[in-house]
Design a protein around this ligand. Structure first.
Ligand SMILES: [Zn+2]
Length: 575
Protein backbone atom coordinates (compact mmCIF):
# COMPACT_ATOMS: atom_id res chain seq x y z
CA UNK A 1 0.00 0.00 0.00
CA UNK A 2 1.24 3.44 -0.86
CA UNK A 3 1.08 5.76 2.13
CA UNK A 4 -0.03 9.36 2.48
CA UNK A 5 -2.07 9.54 -0.72
CA UNK A 6 -4.69 12.31 -0.71
CA UNK A 7 -7.83 11.02 0.98
CA UNK A 8 -10.14 13.99 0.45
CA UNK A 9 -10.98 16.10 -2.60
CA UNK A 10 -9.38 19.14 -0.93
CA UNK A 11 -6.12 17.23 -0.45
CA UNK A 12 -6.29 15.96 -4.03
CA UNK A 13 -6.79 19.44 -5.47
CA UNK A 14 -3.67 20.66 -3.60
CA UNK A 15 -1.53 17.72 -4.80
CA UNK A 16 1.64 18.60 -6.69
CA UNK A 17 4.19 16.67 -8.75
CA UNK A 18 6.76 16.63 -5.89
CA UNK A 19 4.04 14.92 -3.77
CA UNK A 20 3.35 12.34 -6.49
CA UNK A 21 6.85 11.53 -7.71
CA UNK A 22 7.99 9.46 -4.67
CA UNK A 23 5.00 7.11 -5.10
CA UNK A 24 5.93 6.46 -8.71
CA UNK A 25 9.55 5.88 -7.63
CA UNK A 26 8.44 3.32 -5.04
CA UNK A 27 6.49 1.43 -7.72
CA UNK A 28 9.31 1.65 -10.26
CA UNK A 29 11.87 0.27 -7.84
CA UNK A 30 9.79 -2.54 -6.31
CA UNK A 31 10.72 -6.04 -7.50
CA UNK A 32 7.60 -7.65 -8.91
CA UNK A 33 6.89 -11.35 -8.65
CA UNK A 34 3.82 -13.41 -9.49
CA UNK A 35 2.74 -13.25 -5.84
CA UNK A 36 3.03 -9.50 -5.24
CA UNK A 37 1.86 -8.49 -8.73
CA UNK A 38 -1.82 -7.94 -7.72
CA UNK A 39 -0.71 -5.61 -4.90
CA UNK A 40 1.67 -3.75 -7.25
CA UNK A 41 -1.11 -3.28 -9.82
CA UNK A 42 -3.48 -2.13 -7.09
CA UNK A 43 -0.96 0.46 -5.92
CA UNK A 44 -0.38 1.62 -9.48
CA UNK A 45 -4.14 1.92 -9.87
CA UNK A 46 -4.53 3.98 -6.70
CA UNK A 47 -2.00 6.58 -7.83
CA UNK A 48 -3.06 6.51 -11.49
CA UNK A 49 -6.69 7.03 -10.47
CA UNK A 50 -5.81 10.05 -8.36
CA UNK A 51 -3.83 11.71 -11.15
CA UNK A 52 -6.68 11.10 -13.62
CA UNK A 53 -9.27 12.32 -11.16
CA UNK A 54 -7.29 15.48 -10.50
CA UNK A 55 -7.23 16.15 -14.25
CA UNK A 56 -10.98 15.51 -14.50
CA UNK A 57 -11.78 17.74 -11.53
CA UNK A 58 -9.68 20.56 -12.97
CA UNK A 59 -11.44 20.17 -16.35
CA UNK A 60 -14.79 20.39 -14.58
CA UNK A 61 -13.69 23.45 -12.60
CA UNK A 62 -12.50 25.27 -15.73
CA UNK A 63 -15.57 24.35 -17.80
CA UNK A 64 -18.28 25.15 -15.21
CA UNK A 65 -16.76 28.61 -14.80
CA UNK A 66 -14.55 29.81 -17.64
CA UNK A 67 -13.89 33.01 -15.67
CA UNK A 68 -12.40 31.12 -12.69
CA UNK A 69 -8.79 32.27 -12.98
CA UNK A 70 -7.55 30.22 -10.02
CA UNK A 71 -8.92 27.04 -11.63
CA UNK A 72 -7.33 27.99 -14.93
CA UNK A 73 -3.96 28.51 -13.25
CA UNK A 74 -4.17 25.16 -11.49
CA UNK A 75 -5.06 23.54 -14.82
CA UNK A 76 -2.01 25.14 -16.44
CA UNK A 77 0.23 23.83 -13.66
CA UNK A 78 -1.28 20.40 -14.21
CA UNK A 79 -0.73 20.49 -17.98
CA UNK A 80 2.76 21.99 -17.87
CA UNK A 81 4.18 20.15 -14.88
CA UNK A 82 2.15 17.23 -13.54
CA UNK A 83 0.89 15.81 -16.83
CA UNK A 84 4.20 15.30 -18.70
CA UNK A 85 5.92 14.00 -15.57
CA UNK A 86 3.11 11.60 -14.74
CA UNK A 87 2.99 10.42 -18.37
CA UNK A 88 6.71 9.59 -18.30
CA UNK A 89 6.36 7.86 -14.90
CA UNK A 90 3.37 5.83 -16.16
CA UNK A 91 5.39 4.84 -19.23
CA UNK A 92 8.19 3.47 -17.00
CA UNK A 93 5.71 1.32 -15.10
CA UNK A 94 4.22 0.00 -18.35
CA UNK A 95 7.69 -0.92 -19.60
CA UNK A 96 8.45 -2.61 -16.27
CA UNK A 97 5.29 -4.70 -16.47
CA UNK A 98 5.91 -5.66 -20.11
CA UNK A 99 9.55 -6.59 -19.41
CA UNK A 100 8.40 -8.74 -16.52
CA UNK A 101 6.27 -10.97 -18.78
CA UNK A 102 3.80 -11.79 -16.01
CA UNK A 103 0.15 -11.97 -17.04
CA UNK A 104 -2.31 -11.41 -14.21
CA UNK A 105 -5.75 -12.93 -14.85
CA UNK A 106 -8.15 -10.64 -16.73
CA UNK A 107 -5.23 -8.56 -17.91
CA UNK A 108 -4.71 -10.05 -21.38
CA UNK A 109 -6.37 -7.20 -23.24
CA UNK A 110 -4.82 -4.31 -21.24
CA UNK A 111 -1.42 -5.96 -21.78
CA UNK A 112 -2.06 -6.32 -25.50
CA UNK A 113 -2.90 -2.63 -25.67
CA UNK A 114 0.30 -1.71 -23.82
CA UNK A 115 2.41 -3.93 -26.11
CA UNK A 116 0.76 -2.44 -29.20
CA UNK A 117 1.43 1.10 -28.02
CA UNK A 118 5.03 0.28 -27.10
CA UNK A 119 5.54 -1.32 -30.52
CA UNK A 120 4.30 1.83 -32.29
CA UNK A 121 6.28 4.27 -30.18
CA UNK A 122 9.18 6.10 -31.90
CA UNK A 123 10.91 8.99 -30.15
CA UNK A 124 11.50 10.49 -33.63
CA UNK A 125 7.71 10.89 -33.89
CA UNK A 126 7.34 13.06 -30.79
CA UNK A 127 8.22 16.35 -32.57
CA UNK A 128 6.05 15.33 -35.54
CA UNK A 129 3.06 14.63 -33.29
CA UNK A 130 3.59 18.04 -31.72
CA UNK A 131 3.73 19.58 -35.21
CA UNK A 132 0.48 17.81 -36.12
CA UNK A 133 -1.11 19.29 -32.99
CA UNK A 134 0.02 22.77 -34.04
CA UNK A 135 -1.59 22.28 -37.45
CA UNK A 136 -4.78 21.21 -35.69
CA UNK A 137 -4.68 24.44 -33.67
CA UNK A 138 -4.22 26.45 -36.88
CA UNK A 139 -7.30 24.71 -38.31
CA UNK A 140 -9.27 25.83 -35.23
CA UNK A 141 -8.00 29.37 -35.60
CA UNK A 142 -9.11 29.61 -39.25
CA UNK A 143 -12.66 28.52 -38.37
CA UNK A 144 -12.74 30.43 -35.09
CA UNK A 145 -12.03 33.71 -36.90
CA UNK A 146 -14.92 33.34 -39.35
CA UNK A 147 -17.64 35.93 -38.81
CA UNK A 148 -20.21 37.56 -41.08
CA UNK A 149 -22.32 40.68 -41.03
CA UNK A 150 -26.00 39.87 -40.41
CA UNK A 151 -28.61 42.55 -39.84
CA UNK A 152 -25.94 45.14 -39.13
CA UNK A 153 -24.18 42.95 -36.57
CA UNK A 154 -20.98 40.95 -36.78
CA UNK A 155 -21.83 37.40 -35.73
CA UNK A 156 -20.12 33.99 -35.71
CA UNK A 157 -21.11 31.26 -38.15
CA UNK A 158 -22.51 29.24 -35.23
CA UNK A 159 -24.85 32.13 -34.43
CA UNK A 160 -25.72 32.46 -38.11
CA UNK A 161 -26.61 28.75 -38.31
CA UNK A 162 -29.61 29.42 -36.02
CA UNK A 163 -31.28 31.05 -39.04
CA UNK A 164 -31.41 27.55 -40.65
CA UNK A 165 -34.30 26.81 -38.24
CA UNK A 166 -36.30 29.75 -39.55
CA UNK A 167 -39.62 29.03 -41.29
CA UNK A 168 -38.75 31.76 -43.81
CA UNK A 169 -37.05 29.99 -46.70
CA UNK A 170 -35.57 33.17 -48.17
CA UNK A 171 -33.72 34.10 -44.99
CA UNK A 172 -32.50 30.53 -44.67
CA UNK A 173 -31.09 30.67 -48.20
CA UNK A 174 -29.53 34.05 -47.58
CA UNK A 175 -27.91 32.92 -44.32
CA UNK A 176 -26.71 29.65 -45.87
CA UNK A 177 -25.07 31.40 -48.82
CA UNK A 178 -23.47 33.98 -46.57
CA UNK A 179 -21.95 31.20 -44.47
CA UNK A 180 -20.80 29.26 -47.54
CA UNK A 181 -19.15 32.32 -49.09
CA UNK A 182 -17.34 33.12 -45.86
CA UNK A 183 -16.04 29.57 -45.63
CA UNK A 184 -15.00 29.48 -49.29
CA UNK A 185 -12.91 32.59 -48.68
CA UNK A 186 -10.64 30.39 -46.52
CA UNK A 187 -10.41 27.53 -49.05
CA UNK A 188 -6.84 28.36 -50.00
CA UNK A 189 -5.72 28.46 -46.36
CA UNK A 190 -7.35 25.08 -45.63
CA UNK A 191 -5.78 23.56 -48.75
CA UNK A 192 -2.32 24.73 -47.70
CA UNK A 193 -2.84 23.38 -44.19
CA UNK A 194 -4.04 20.06 -45.62
CA UNK A 195 -0.81 19.60 -47.61
CA UNK A 196 1.12 20.06 -44.35
CA UNK A 197 -1.11 17.56 -42.51
CA UNK A 198 -0.53 15.00 -45.26
CA UNK A 199 3.23 15.56 -45.21
CA UNK A 200 3.60 15.24 -41.45
CA UNK A 201 1.38 12.14 -41.38
CA UNK A 202 3.42 10.46 -44.12
CA UNK A 203 6.58 11.06 -42.07
CA UNK A 204 4.95 9.75 -38.87
CA UNK A 205 3.94 6.54 -40.69
CA UNK A 206 7.37 6.14 -42.25
CA UNK A 207 9.16 6.53 -38.91
CA UNK A 208 6.90 3.85 -37.45
CA UNK A 209 7.72 1.53 -40.36
CA UNK A 210 4.16 1.54 -41.69
CA UNK A 211 3.27 1.40 -45.39
CA UNK A 212 0.78 4.26 -44.98
CA UNK A 213 -0.70 6.55 -42.36
CA UNK A 214 -3.80 4.36 -42.27
CA UNK A 215 -1.81 1.41 -40.86
CA UNK A 216 -0.31 3.78 -38.29
CA UNK A 217 -3.74 5.13 -37.33
CA UNK A 218 -5.19 1.62 -37.05
CA UNK A 219 -2.54 0.55 -34.56
CA UNK A 220 -2.67 3.88 -32.73
CA UNK A 221 -6.43 3.47 -32.30
CA UNK A 222 -5.95 -0.11 -31.06
CA UNK A 223 -8.40 -1.40 -33.66
CA UNK A 224 -7.89 -5.10 -33.02
CA UNK A 225 -11.34 -6.27 -34.03
CA UNK A 226 -11.87 -4.86 -37.53
CA UNK A 227 -10.00 -3.97 -40.69
CA UNK A 228 -10.16 -1.25 -43.37
CA UNK A 229 -12.00 -3.80 -45.53
CA UNK A 230 -14.66 -4.13 -42.82
CA UNK A 231 -15.16 -0.35 -42.97
CA UNK A 232 -15.55 -0.58 -46.73
CA UNK A 233 -18.13 -3.36 -46.35
CA UNK A 234 -19.96 -1.18 -43.86
CA UNK A 235 -19.96 1.78 -46.28
CA UNK A 236 -21.32 -0.35 -49.12
CA UNK A 237 -23.98 -1.82 -46.82
CA UNK A 238 -24.95 1.77 -45.94
CA UNK A 239 -25.13 2.67 -49.63
CA UNK A 240 -27.31 -0.34 -50.34
CA UNK A 241 -29.63 -0.24 -47.32
CA UNK A 242 -29.58 3.20 -45.67
CA UNK A 243 -29.32 5.55 -48.66
CA UNK A 244 -32.76 4.45 -49.99
CA UNK A 245 -34.25 4.76 -46.48
CA UNK A 246 -32.76 8.25 -46.10
CA UNK A 247 -34.21 9.19 -49.49
CA UNK A 248 -37.65 8.07 -48.30
CA UNK A 249 -37.31 10.42 -45.29
CA UNK A 250 -36.24 13.35 -47.47
CA UNK A 251 -39.09 12.63 -49.92
CA UNK A 252 -41.63 12.60 -47.10
CA UNK A 253 -40.45 15.96 -45.80
CA UNK A 254 -40.35 17.44 -49.27
CA UNK A 255 -44.07 16.65 -49.55
CA UNK A 256 -44.85 17.97 -46.07
CA UNK A 257 -43.03 21.21 -46.84
CA UNK A 258 -44.57 21.42 -50.32
CA UNK A 259 -41.21 21.91 -52.03
CA UNK A 260 -40.23 20.93 -55.58
CA UNK A 261 -36.74 20.07 -54.40
CA UNK A 262 -34.85 20.08 -51.10
CA UNK A 263 -31.96 22.52 -51.06
CA UNK A 264 -29.22 22.45 -48.39
CA UNK A 265 -30.76 25.50 -46.68
CA UNK A 266 -33.89 23.42 -46.12
CA UNK A 267 -31.96 21.18 -43.70
CA UNK A 268 -31.60 22.08 -40.02
CA UNK A 269 -27.79 21.93 -40.17
CA UNK A 270 -27.51 23.11 -43.78
CA UNK A 271 -25.73 19.88 -44.65
CA UNK A 272 -27.15 16.37 -44.28
CA UNK A 273 -29.57 16.41 -41.37
CA UNK A 274 -33.36 16.57 -41.11
CA UNK A 275 -35.29 19.12 -43.12
CA UNK A 276 -36.43 22.24 -41.28
CA UNK A 277 -40.05 21.91 -40.31
CA UNK A 278 -41.63 24.53 -38.11
CA UNK A 279 -44.24 21.99 -36.94
CA UNK A 280 -41.59 19.48 -35.89
CA UNK A 281 -40.21 18.37 -32.56
CA UNK A 282 -37.34 20.85 -32.73
CA UNK A 283 -39.88 23.49 -31.66
CA UNK A 284 -41.08 21.52 -28.61
CA UNK A 285 -40.56 22.99 -25.15
CA UNK A 286 -40.22 19.94 -22.89
CA UNK A 287 -39.40 21.75 -19.63
CA UNK A 288 -39.36 25.24 -18.17
CA UNK A 289 -36.80 24.74 -15.39
CA UNK A 290 -33.78 22.57 -14.61
CA UNK A 291 -35.74 20.95 -11.77
CA UNK A 292 -38.39 19.84 -14.24
CA UNK A 293 -35.69 18.38 -16.48
CA UNK A 294 -34.08 16.53 -13.56
CA UNK A 295 -37.41 15.15 -12.33
CA UNK A 296 -38.50 14.07 -15.81
CA UNK A 297 -35.21 12.36 -16.65
CA UNK A 298 -35.18 10.64 -13.25
CA UNK A 299 -38.73 9.36 -13.80
CA UNK A 300 -37.77 8.08 -17.24
CA UNK A 301 -34.68 6.24 -15.95
CA UNK A 302 -36.76 4.65 -13.18
CA UNK A 303 -39.05 3.33 -15.92
CA UNK A 304 -36.05 1.89 -17.77
CA UNK A 305 -34.54 0.27 -14.66
CA UNK A 306 -34.77 0.93 -10.91
CA UNK A 307 -31.02 0.68 -10.41
CA UNK A 308 -30.25 3.08 -13.28
CA UNK A 309 -32.83 5.51 -11.91
CA UNK A 310 -31.10 5.23 -8.54
CA UNK A 311 -27.71 6.02 -10.13
CA UNK A 312 -29.14 9.17 -11.70
CA UNK A 313 -30.76 10.27 -8.43
CA UNK A 314 -27.49 9.77 -6.58
CA UNK A 315 -25.70 12.00 -9.11
CA UNK A 316 -28.23 14.74 -8.47
CA UNK A 317 -27.97 14.33 -4.70
CA UNK A 318 -24.16 14.35 -4.74
CA UNK A 319 -23.75 17.36 -7.03
CA UNK A 320 -22.35 15.28 -9.88
CA UNK A 321 -24.21 17.16 -12.62
CA UNK A 322 -24.13 20.67 -14.05
CA UNK A 323 -26.95 20.93 -16.56
CA UNK A 324 -28.04 24.55 -16.99
CA UNK A 325 -26.60 26.85 -19.63
CA UNK A 326 -25.34 30.14 -18.20
CA UNK A 327 -22.79 32.85 -18.77
CA UNK A 328 -19.15 31.82 -18.24
CA UNK A 329 -19.82 28.17 -18.87
CA UNK A 330 -17.89 26.28 -21.59
CA UNK A 331 -20.02 25.11 -24.56
CA UNK A 332 -20.99 21.51 -25.33
CA UNK A 333 -21.73 18.45 -23.23
CA UNK A 334 -19.61 15.67 -21.74
CA UNK A 335 -19.44 12.97 -19.09
CA UNK A 336 -16.17 12.56 -17.23
CA UNK A 337 -15.05 10.15 -14.53
CA UNK A 338 -13.81 10.87 -11.01
CA UNK A 339 -12.10 7.57 -11.24
CA UNK A 340 -10.68 7.14 -7.73
CA UNK A 341 -14.20 7.31 -6.29
CA UNK A 342 -15.64 5.65 -9.46
CA UNK A 343 -18.28 8.35 -9.89
CA UNK A 344 -19.23 10.25 -13.06
CA UNK A 345 -19.77 13.94 -13.63
CA UNK A 346 -22.24 15.07 -16.30
CA UNK A 347 -21.96 18.47 -17.96
CA UNK A 348 -24.66 19.80 -20.33
CA UNK A 349 -25.76 23.25 -21.54
CA UNK A 350 -29.54 22.97 -21.57
CA UNK A 351 -31.75 25.76 -22.82
CA UNK A 352 -35.09 23.94 -22.79
CA UNK A 353 -35.22 21.97 -26.06
CA UNK A 354 -35.90 18.37 -27.05
CA UNK A 355 -32.23 18.12 -28.09
CA UNK A 356 -31.33 18.88 -24.45
CA UNK A 357 -33.42 15.94 -23.27
CA UNK A 358 -31.57 13.63 -25.71
CA UNK A 359 -28.17 15.02 -24.68
CA UNK A 360 -28.95 14.49 -20.99
CA UNK A 361 -30.04 10.89 -21.66
CA UNK A 362 -26.91 10.35 -23.80
CA UNK A 363 -24.42 11.65 -21.24
CA UNK A 364 -26.22 9.73 -18.49
CA UNK A 365 -25.65 6.54 -20.53
CA UNK A 366 -21.91 7.25 -20.29
CA UNK A 367 -22.36 7.94 -16.56
CA UNK A 368 -24.05 4.53 -16.08
CA UNK A 369 -20.99 2.94 -17.67
CA UNK A 370 -18.86 4.44 -14.90
CA UNK A 371 -21.25 3.23 -12.17
CA UNK A 372 -21.38 -0.28 -13.64
CA UNK A 373 -17.57 -0.62 -13.80
CA UNK A 374 -17.08 0.41 -10.16
CA UNK A 375 -16.17 -3.18 -9.25
CA UNK A 376 -13.31 -3.51 -11.78
CA UNK A 377 -10.04 -3.58 -9.82
CA UNK A 378 -7.39 -2.08 -12.10
CA UNK A 379 -7.42 1.24 -13.94
CA UNK A 380 -5.95 -0.34 -17.07
CA UNK A 381 -9.10 -2.45 -17.40
CA UNK A 382 -11.38 0.58 -17.47
CA UNK A 383 -10.66 2.07 -20.87
CA UNK A 384 -13.60 1.17 -23.09
CA UNK A 385 -13.23 1.44 -26.87
CA UNK A 386 -15.30 4.24 -28.42
CA UNK A 387 -17.17 1.75 -30.61
CA UNK A 388 -18.78 0.38 -27.46
CA UNK A 389 -18.69 3.44 -25.16
CA UNK A 390 -21.16 5.04 -27.57
CA UNK A 391 -23.42 1.98 -27.43
CA UNK A 392 -23.87 2.78 -23.73
CA UNK A 393 -24.91 6.37 -24.54
CA UNK A 394 -26.81 6.07 -27.85
CA UNK A 395 -28.31 2.84 -26.48
CA UNK A 396 -29.61 4.76 -23.47
CA UNK A 397 -31.20 7.42 -25.71
CA UNK A 398 -33.15 4.59 -27.34
CA UNK A 399 -33.93 2.54 -24.22
CA UNK A 400 -35.33 5.69 -22.58
CA UNK A 401 -37.26 6.89 -25.63
CA UNK A 402 -40.53 4.96 -25.02
CA UNK A 403 -41.02 6.91 -21.75
CA UNK A 404 -40.86 10.49 -23.03
CA UNK A 405 -44.60 11.06 -22.60
CA UNK A 406 -46.06 12.60 -19.46
CA UNK A 407 -48.04 9.53 -18.43
CA UNK A 408 -44.74 7.66 -17.90
CA UNK A 409 -43.17 10.55 -16.01
CA UNK A 410 -41.70 12.31 -19.05
CA UNK A 411 -42.27 15.65 -20.72
CA UNK A 412 -44.83 15.46 -23.50
CA UNK A 413 -48.38 14.78 -24.59
CA UNK A 414 -48.62 11.55 -26.60
CA UNK A 415 -48.49 13.27 -30.01
CA UNK A 416 -45.54 15.45 -29.02
CA UNK A 417 -43.67 12.44 -27.61
CA UNK A 418 -44.26 10.71 -30.95
CA UNK A 419 -42.93 13.77 -32.82
CA UNK A 420 -39.84 13.88 -30.61
CA UNK A 421 -39.17 10.19 -31.17
CA UNK A 422 -39.67 10.38 -34.95
CA UNK A 423 -37.16 13.23 -35.18
CA UNK A 424 -34.66 11.25 -33.10
CA UNK A 425 -35.02 8.04 -35.11
CA UNK A 426 -34.87 9.82 -38.46
CA UNK A 427 -31.66 11.49 -37.28
CA UNK A 428 -30.09 8.06 -36.74
CA UNK A 429 -30.92 6.97 -40.30
CA UNK A 430 -29.69 10.23 -41.85
CA UNK A 431 -26.39 10.07 -39.99
CA UNK A 432 -25.14 6.79 -41.50
CA UNK A 433 -24.73 8.00 -45.14
CA UNK A 434 -22.88 11.11 -43.98
CA UNK A 435 -20.62 8.99 -41.78
CA UNK A 436 -19.93 6.71 -44.76
CA UNK A 437 -18.80 9.70 -46.87
CA UNK A 438 -16.42 10.89 -44.13
CA UNK A 439 -14.95 7.42 -43.61
CA UNK A 440 -14.71 6.39 -47.29
CA UNK A 441 -13.06 9.70 -48.17
CA UNK A 442 -10.30 9.10 -45.63
CA UNK A 443 -9.59 5.57 -46.83
CA UNK A 444 -9.20 6.96 -50.35
CA UNK A 445 -6.93 9.80 -49.15
CA UNK A 446 -4.39 7.56 -47.44
CA UNK A 447 -4.57 4.79 -50.06
CA UNK A 448 -3.74 7.40 -52.73
CA UNK A 449 -1.45 9.81 -50.87
CA UNK A 450 -0.39 11.76 -53.97
CA UNK A 451 -3.98 12.46 -55.02
CA UNK A 452 -5.03 12.69 -51.39
CA UNK A 453 -2.65 15.61 -50.90
CA UNK A 454 -4.02 17.39 -53.96
CA UNK A 455 -7.02 19.60 -53.10
CA UNK A 456 -8.51 19.41 -56.61
CA UNK A 457 -8.53 15.60 -56.47
CA UNK A 458 -9.97 15.73 -52.95
CA UNK A 459 -12.77 18.01 -54.13
CA UNK A 460 -13.63 15.67 -57.00
CA UNK A 461 -13.61 12.60 -54.74
CA UNK A 462 -15.73 14.25 -52.03
CA UNK A 463 -18.22 15.47 -54.64
CA UNK A 464 -18.56 11.95 -56.12
CA UNK A 465 -19.09 10.40 -52.70
CA UNK A 466 -21.62 13.09 -51.79
CA UNK A 467 -23.66 12.37 -54.94
CA UNK A 468 -23.58 8.63 -54.22
CA UNK A 469 -24.50 8.75 -50.54
CA UNK A 470 -26.66 11.88 -50.32
CA UNK A 471 -28.49 12.04 -53.65
CA UNK A 472 -31.78 13.45 -52.36
CA UNK A 473 -30.72 17.01 -51.69
CA UNK A 474 -30.35 19.33 -54.69
CA UNK A 475 -26.92 21.00 -54.70
CA UNK A 476 -27.09 22.19 -58.32
CA UNK A 477 -25.35 25.51 -58.78
CA UNK A 478 -23.57 24.97 -55.44
CA UNK A 479 -20.89 22.56 -56.69
CA UNK A 480 -17.98 24.44 -55.21
CA UNK A 481 -19.52 24.41 -51.74
CA UNK A 482 -20.46 20.74 -52.08
CA UNK A 483 -17.01 19.63 -53.24
CA UNK A 484 -15.17 21.44 -50.45
CA UNK A 485 -17.32 19.77 -47.79
CA UNK A 486 -14.23 17.87 -46.58
CA UNK A 487 -12.74 21.22 -45.52
CA UNK A 488 -15.49 21.63 -42.97
CA UNK A 489 -15.40 18.20 -41.33
CA UNK A 490 -12.94 18.76 -38.53
CA UNK A 491 -12.37 15.03 -37.85
CA UNK A 492 -10.73 14.63 -41.27
CA UNK A 493 -8.19 17.28 -40.35
CA UNK A 494 -7.78 16.96 -36.61
CA UNK A 495 -8.79 13.40 -35.73
CA UNK A 496 -8.06 11.25 -38.79
CA UNK A 497 -10.10 8.02 -39.08
CA UNK A 498 -12.09 8.85 -35.98
CA UNK A 499 -15.75 8.75 -37.07
CA UNK A 500 -16.77 5.25 -38.12
CA UNK A 501 -16.99 4.48 -34.39
CA UNK A 502 -20.27 6.38 -34.15
CA UNK A 503 -21.79 4.46 -37.05
CA UNK A 504 -20.76 1.11 -35.58
CA UNK A 505 -22.00 2.05 -32.11
CA UNK A 506 -25.29 3.26 -33.53
CA UNK A 507 -25.83 -0.12 -35.18
CA UNK A 508 -25.23 -1.79 -31.81
CA UNK A 509 -27.58 0.64 -30.05
CA UNK A 510 -30.41 0.01 -32.54
CA UNK A 511 -30.05 -3.74 -31.99
CA UNK A 512 -30.45 -3.17 -28.22
CA UNK A 513 -33.54 -1.09 -28.94
CA UNK A 514 -34.99 -3.98 -30.97
CA UNK A 515 -34.27 -6.39 -28.11
CA UNK A 516 -36.03 -4.06 -25.65
CA UNK A 517 -39.18 -4.01 -27.78
CA UNK A 518 -39.36 -7.80 -27.41
CA UNK A 519 -38.08 -8.10 -23.82
CA UNK A 520 -37.45 -4.81 -22.02
CA UNK A 521 -36.09 -6.21 -18.74
CA UNK A 522 -33.89 -8.74 -20.51
CA UNK A 523 -32.45 -6.12 -22.86
CA UNK A 524 -31.62 -3.73 -20.01
CA UNK A 525 -30.06 -6.54 -17.96
CA UNK A 526 -27.81 -7.43 -20.93
CA UNK A 527 -26.94 -3.76 -21.41
CA UNK A 528 -25.85 -3.44 -17.78
CA UNK A 529 -23.91 -6.70 -17.87
CA UNK A 530 -21.96 -5.54 -20.94
CA UNK A 531 -21.23 -2.13 -19.40
CA UNK A 532 -19.87 -3.85 -16.28
CA UNK A 533 -17.15 -5.56 -18.37
CA UNK A 534 -15.38 -2.23 -18.90
CA UNK A 535 -12.43 -2.73 -21.25
CA UNK A 536 -11.60 -6.31 -20.29
CA UNK A 537 -12.91 -8.08 -23.40
CA UNK A 538 -12.97 -7.56 -27.18
CA UNK A 539 -15.55 -5.51 -29.08
CA UNK A 540 -17.37 -8.60 -30.44
CA UNK A 541 -17.64 -9.90 -26.84
CA UNK A 542 -18.88 -6.56 -25.50
CA UNK A 543 -21.53 -6.36 -28.22
CA UNK A 544 -22.53 -10.01 -27.77
CA UNK A 545 -22.93 -9.56 -24.00
CA UNK A 546 -25.18 -6.56 -24.68
CA UNK A 547 -27.26 -8.77 -27.00
CA UNK A 548 -25.99 -7.33 -30.31
CA UNK A 549 -23.61 -8.21 -33.11
CA UNK A 550 -20.52 -6.14 -33.83
CA UNK A 551 -21.37 -5.98 -37.51
CA UNK A 552 -20.62 -4.35 -40.86
CA UNK A 553 -22.93 -6.33 -43.12
CA UNK A 554 -26.02 -5.30 -45.02
CA UNK A 555 -28.23 -7.97 -43.41
CA UNK A 556 -27.71 -6.60 -39.88
CA UNK A 557 -28.05 -3.06 -41.13
CA UNK A 558 -31.21 -3.94 -43.05
CA UNK A 559 -32.83 -5.37 -39.92
CA UNK A 560 -31.86 -2.25 -37.97
CA UNK A 561 -33.13 0.20 -40.58
CA UNK A 562 -36.30 -1.88 -41.04
CA UNK A 563 -36.95 -1.64 -37.31
CA UNK A 564 -36.39 2.13 -37.25
CA UNK A 565 -38.72 2.65 -40.23
CA UNK A 566 -41.35 0.44 -38.66
CA UNK A 567 -41.28 2.32 -35.35
CA UNK A 568 -41.36 5.66 -37.20
CA UNK A 569 -44.42 4.43 -39.11
CA UNK A 570 -46.18 3.42 -35.87
CA UNK A 571 -45.36 6.75 -34.24
CA UNK A 572 -46.74 8.64 -37.24
CA UNK A 573 -50.11 7.05 -36.44
CA UNK A 574 -50.02 8.69 -33.00
CA UNK A 575 -49.60 12.27 -34.19
ZN1 LIG B 1 -21.09 10.10 -26.28
Amino acid sequence: MLENLPSTTEELMAWSWPDMAPHYQVLASRVITASNLPAWLADWTSIGELVEELHARLSVATSINTADQAAEERMNVFLDDIFPNALAAEQKLKEKLLANRLEPPGFELPLRKMRTEADLFRSANLPLLAEQQKLANQYDRIFGAQTVGWEEEEITLTQLAKIFQSPDRNSREKAWKLKADRQLADAQAINELWAKFMDVRARIAENAGKPSFREYAWQDKLRFDYTPDDCKSFASAIEQVVVPAASRIYEKHKKILGLASLRPWDLVDGWYSRPTDSAAASTLKPFASIDELKQGVSNIFHQVDTQLGGYFDSMLAEGLTDLANRKNKAPGAYCTSFVSIRKPFVFVNVIGSQADVITTLHESGHAFHIFETAGIPYIQELSVPMEFAEVASIGMELLASPYLARHTGGFYSEPDAARARIEHLEGLILFWPFMAVVDTFQHWVYENPAKGANPADCNAKWGDLWDRFLPSVDWSGLEQVKQTGWHRKLHIHQLPFYYVEYGLAQLGAVQLFGNAIKDQAGAVAAYRKALALGGTVSLPQLFATAGARFAFDSATLKTAVGLLEQVIGELEEEI
